[in-house]
Write a protein that binds this ligand. Sequence first.
Ligand code: GCO
Length: 255
Amino acid sequence: MSSLFSLHGKTALITGSTRGLGFAYAQGLAAAGASVIINGTQEIHLKNALEKLQNQGVNARGFLLNVADEAAVEALFTQLDAENVQVDIVINNAGIQFRKPMLELELSDWQHVLDINLTSAFLVARAAARRMVSRQSGGKIINIGSLTSQAARATVAPYTAAKGGIKLLTKSMAAEWAQYNIQSNAIGPGYILTDMNQALVENAEFDRWVRNSTPSGRWGAPEELIGTAVYLSSQASNYVNGQIIYVDGGWLATL
Ligand code: GCO
């Protein structure tokens, strides 16, 4: 039974993983036995995250790149190819938030969020899947959605559109890649205590809304996402494809 969730011998690439949920996924998959490749766009955060992981005895390495940049993504995978590093698991976690009413939104703001939160998932998954197919190894693609993959709230339209896209992109990946023994699924975190949400936590009205809207009556913690990430990264989910699992304290289960 213990091998069902083991990631020993596997290498996982987690995008946007120097802090918050991405870093929690990296720690969790490493604890399950995976070697991890983390990513960020700020050198100091990447350095700090790598040090933490390596001090925990994790086989970790890091790459500084914008995963919405096709050339940078292809260069990363070309380097990994040259080093015979096989990416078995991808967690497409990179994402930004941009809170502004649509009437005031600039196209550049919209495009930037869609690039980081949706297009990057396509670029990284495509690069990984091409190699999984050519080496006939199969693999795991896990895209990170949101409650906004299912329902909207005002002032976060580009994020919501991107996360809705993540849900259906995941199903598209399942439709095309299941035949190659690649399982593509998504995780939909609820309101989780992360740096990205700090301003919301500190807003008493918003904090009250989250606690009253979540049957669990509280915000989630990043480590509460790890079990689902390990499950979807492991052989325990080999017959699960195209699904999104909401880890939301019950939010979407209730009116
Ligand atoms: C917001 C939040 C949300 C959460 C999460 C909820 O501004 O409403 O940032 O987007 O981060 O996505 O599932």
